[in-house]
Design a binder for this molecule. Structure first.
Ligand code: ADP
Ligand code: MG
Ligand code: MG
Length: 932
């Protein structure tokens, strides 16, 4: 079997369009750090772990590991500033770089006693990319650089191990040819060209397939020759022999890969700015492929899938680092090392403890064992599932490695929803027989139609299908398909396989390495134990238990949801539930902003309160008019031609509204409710097809013609900017009057039942103080009347929604009348950007692609523009009324990064949909903690 090189193509020039750099500030040859572009690590270490922006994550942590005395092969880091310079200056380098690199190489030579290009004891290096945030699988690493026809002989002599030397050379030419010289699979080829060469040679010489470790020196020599010929043929030039040429070529390839397709897709998904750039690390090689006393592996200080405190990882004997992740030779669990190399295992255990004590977080690290000696090649904070994050944070707090505030920060807010996602129904699982098992790499439950290729998975998902991506193993090319899928199932690959990595990072449900699953790409079928599935058939995977099921398996609510919403006692006893409750308790201790919910029904309200909301931030009254036969009364009201007729119709609606509000007030148990008066344009309530108009005409005893013409009359060219919001209440004050009366009568009713009621009446779409004043008058009048009739004293506020720019800009005037502001950031974004959300689908994707907008402004608030409007309104509002209550009720109220902004501008609360409440509580707490 041919070894598959880790798939990460460089394609340096593949993407010239759409990536024009926008950075205004150009890096000069002497910017930033006094012209220092190279930072050493080893005996003398220039950098440290805090320098990730400059040295990249990998470089900074290599430096940090040197500082705490861990065994790291010496090397140097070329800073991210050089990357920025490179792109700002037509792919050229600052002039001092060359000299500094020479000094860097000398430093490595001194420490290793080897010399770059030497004919006795040659130094080989790796060239490794390293952005600020790790971008797994995106960038390109080259090992064994410095080999040529002469140095390979020297290495063979020096180590007395020609097989090893030629194995290194063979790997080097292959990697360099692929990554730097672009010798890659062509569209019409099924296999990597270098792999084809290996296979051909095996068959010519031995007539069979076998592991690469069994290739002889002669085989390897022949492979190197054929590889070079392949390079010559495909790249049209000779393989570079000079180590320095090799080095410069490799460095350019790393910088070049910053702009390759996959890197760009990844950055977009994770909002990593293009300006950050990558660093390059040049490091002395250590060899895991010298024989059975050597090996290479990756490990986590704790289990990153479920959070268990156990040494977790895998290794391969007689292998270089790339082999472990390549997934063809199946690695063994780290625990096996205990038997095979007890000394090395002990050393790794020691390192595991040191790492956690020093970094105070779970580490994901790479190591190589050369002739029994352990070397550290990388460490970083391990990516983890939401479940693992929760457990790590609780455990480490108990172990006193971190305090509770750090524990709060350790749970990524945008992942928290994973914990609320459904799991498989226990009784259903008991009935369904697992047809295969694999590694539980991403917890949760997923059912979907299977697809065996990323493109087809994406197409199906776009059509609204639930998709399960099934692959032998995944590679970065599959990323789009993985994003689109509910879950990922692979037949091969362990805990450090690409699938497992992505699952951890994206929170995908994933089972990997389910060996019983046979995937036939050609026939588009999956066979498990004789049972055959075609593309499009249903399968289910349990990523918590690592099980695979045929067909669809019913899901049940997560333990957290079951405990909170259904009061399920069993669920409440689970560790997951208890940890979640503890986390939320800490959030309450840390937070300044409170979290309310957007709810229109008692049930939604109840759920949100169970999730920890402390009130309603937005109750939309219009939804209430659609239910049952209320819509008829509503339509009657709209069609009415006289004030009397309208009032008569409104009188029919009043009891419904009163009942709705009473239900909500009861569910709120004393928490406040911001109730927005009627907002949408009236035509939204009317029937639009002739048949429906006919129906309504019959019900109301009018002609269909009359209804038709009223619909025509209400037609608007720009409904979003038309007769809606407070404009309705100003045109028809009797509507607001009815709504106010319904609120206050309900308030009186519930208050008499002994429940506190705090209505906050919100007038929408206000741009002029006078608009608000006219509506406030109506509200106060109704309040006076109801209080007199019912002989109660009601506690209420009247305020407005700030959702058009004029409202924000004149907030000082508006605040003279408004007792509170709630930012309607959905409309404020639409009106602020002059961009209709419902129509943005046709141009917004291109805007994201071209980086005109960094994020979808309807999901994450546009801080510079719309945020400025919010900021102005906050400042002006407080000038007039220092104790004005400020909240936000747009979609952004549940978005973690927007919540950080709302903390910064000093809002009192955010409001979001019920299921987002925990996310918002966590984000609000984190925003507070990180602002101090
Ligand atoms: P990635 O960011 O994709 O993990 P790395 O730069 O970490 O890429 O390198 C890929 C593999 O090569 C890793 O397994 C690493 O351990 C190995 N490697 C990198 N540098 C060296 C070195 N100097 N000696 C031995 N192995 C190395
Ligand atoms: Mg690595
Ligand atoms: Mg609005």
């Amino acid at each position: 079997m041919a070894k598959k090189a880790k798939k990460k193509a460089a394609r340096p020039a593949a993407r010239k369009t759409a990536t024009k750099r926008t950075s205004a500030k150009k890096t000069s040859a002497k910017s930033g750090n006094g012209g220092k572009f190279v930072y050493l690590f080893g005996k003398k270490t220039d950098g440290n772990g805090t320098m990730k922006p400059l040295l990249g994550g990998k470089g900074a942590n290599l430096a940090e590991m040197c500082r705490i005395g861990l065994p790291v092969p010496p090397g140097f880091t070329i800073t991210t500033e050089v990357c920025t310079y490179y792109y700002d200056h037509k792919r050229s380098y600052p002039s001092p770089l060359q000299g500094q690199m020479k000094a860097g190489v000398s430093a490595i030579e001194k420490q290793t006693g080897k010399k770059f290009g030497d004919l006795k004891n040659p130094l080989l290096v790796s060239v490794r990319s390293g952005a600020r945030d790790s971008m797994p699988g995106m960038m390109d690493t080259i090992l064994n650089l410095g080999l040529n026809d002469q140095t390979v002989e020297a290495l063979a002599n020096k180590t007395n191990n020609p097989r090893f030397a030629w194995d290194c050379y063979r790997r080097f030419v292959q990697m360099y040819g692929d990554v730097v010289l672009g010798v890659q699979k062509r569209p019409d080829e099924d296999h990597e060209p270098f792999e084809t060469v290996i296979e051909t040679l095996k068959h010519e010489r031995y007539h069979k397939d076998f592991e690469d470790t069994k290739l002889t020196v002669e085989d390897l020599k022949e492979l190197v020759a054929r590889f070079k010929a392949l390079v010559k043929e495909r790249a049209g030039k000779n393989f570079p022999a000079s180590p320095w040429d090799q080095l410069m070529g490799a460095i350019s390839a790393v910088f070049g890969s910053w702009m390759n397709d996959r890197a760009i897709v990844y950055r977009r998904k994770y909002n990593i700015p293009t300006e950050w750039g990558t660093a390059v690390n040049v490091q002395a090689m250590v060899y895991g492929n010298t024989g059975d006393d050597s090996g290479s592996g990756v490990a986590f200080t704790r289990n990153p899938a479920n959070g268990a405190k156990e040494f977790y990882g895998e290794f391969l004997i007689n292998a270089q680092g790339e082999d472990v992740v390549a997934g063809v030779r199946t690695p063994e669990p780290v625990a096996e090392l205990k038997k095979q190399m007890p000394k090395a295992y002990q050393e790794l255990e020691r390192i595991r403890q040191t790492l956690e004590r020093h970094f105070k977080d779970v580490q994901d690290f790479e190591f190589t064992i050369e002739d029994g000696i352990v070397y550290m090649l990388q460490t970083r904070n391990g990516k983890r599932t939401a479940m693992a994050a929760l457990k790590f944070s609780m455990d480490m707090c108990k172990e006193k490695l971190i305090d509770w505030k750090t524990a709060v920060m350790r749970n990524p807010a945008d992942q928290l929803e994973q914990l609320l996602a459904p799991v498989f129904d226990v009784s259903e699982v008991a009935k369904a027989k697992a047809i295969a098992t694999g590694l539980p790499a991403g917890p949760g439950a997923a059912s979907g139609r299977i697809y065996l290729n990323a493109d087809r998975a994406v197409t199906a998902a776009d059509k609204g299908e639930k998709v399960l991506l099934v692959r032998v193993e995944t590679s970065p090319e599959d990323l789009r398909g993985m994003i689109a899928a509910e879950g990922i199932l692979t037949a091969r690959g362990g805990v450090s396989s690409h699938a497992a990595l992505v699952a951890r990072q994206m929170g995908k449900v994933c089972v990997c390495g389910a060996a019983a699953v046979e995937v036939n790409y050609h026939a588009r079928t999956v066979t498990v134990d004789g049972q055959k599935f075609n593309e499009g058939d249903w399968m289910s995977i349990d990523g918590t238990a690592g099980k695979v099921f045929a067909g669809q398996v019913k899901t049940a609510p997560s333990e957290i949801v079951a405990g909170l919403l259904d009061d399920d006692e069993g669920a409440k006893k689970t560790e997951k539930f208890k940890s979640f409750q503890q986390l939320m308790k800490w959030c309450d201790q840390a937070t300044r902003m409170s979290v309310r919910t957007n709810a229109d029904t008692p049930e939604q309200t109840q759920n949100a309160i169970a999730f920890g909301a402390v009130g309603i931030g937005l109750c939309r009254t219009e939804h209430m008019f659609f239910e049952g036969n209320r819509i008829d009364a509503m339509r009657e009201m709209i069609l009415a031609e006289t004030l009397e007729a309208r009032k008569a119709a409104l009188a029919k609606l009043l009891p419904y509204q009163r009942e709705d509000f009473a239900g909500i007030f009861r569910a709120l148990k004393g928490y406040p409710a911001t109730i927005r008066f009627l907002d949408p344009p009236l035509h939204e309530f009317l029937p639009h097809t002739p048949e429906l108009q006919q129906d309504l005409a019959k019900k109301l005893g009018v002609t269909a013609q009359k209804i038709h013409s009223r619909v025509e009359q209400l037609h608007e060219f720009n409904p979003m900017l038309g007769f809606r919001g407070c404009r309705l209440g100003i045109g028809y004050p009797e509507i607001s009057e009815m709504q106010a009366r319904a609120v206050f009568e309900a308030a009186a009713l519930v208050q008499k039942e002994g429940i506190k009621v705090k209505p906050e009446i919100m007038i929408p779409l206000v741009g002029f103080k006078k608009e608000l004043d006219l509506q406030i008058e109506v509200v106060h009048k109704a309040a006076r009347e109801v209080q007199a009739e019912q002989k109660v004293k009601l506690n209420y506020l009247v305020g407005t929604m700030i959702e058009i720019p004029r409202g924000a800009l004149t907030a000082d005037e508006i605040a003279q009348s408004a007792e509170f502001f709630s930012f309607g950031t959905n409309d404020l974004t639409q009106t602020g950007l002059g961009m209709s959300r419902d129509d943005s689908g046709s141009f917004l994707p291109a805007y994201t692609e071209l980086e005109i907008v960094k994020n979808n402004p309807f999901a994450t608030i546009d801080q510079t523009g719309v945020g400025q409007l919010v900021d102005i309104a906050v400042t002006k509002g407080r000038q007039t009324r220092p104790d004005i209550k400020l909240g936000i009720c747009g979609e952004h109220g549940g978005d973690p990064s927007s919540i950080h902004f709302f903390e910064k501008v000093g809002l009192d609360y955010v409001s979001c949909s019920p299921y987002r409440v925990p996310v918002a509580r966590l984000a609000a707490a984190q925003a507070r903690l990180s602002s101090k």
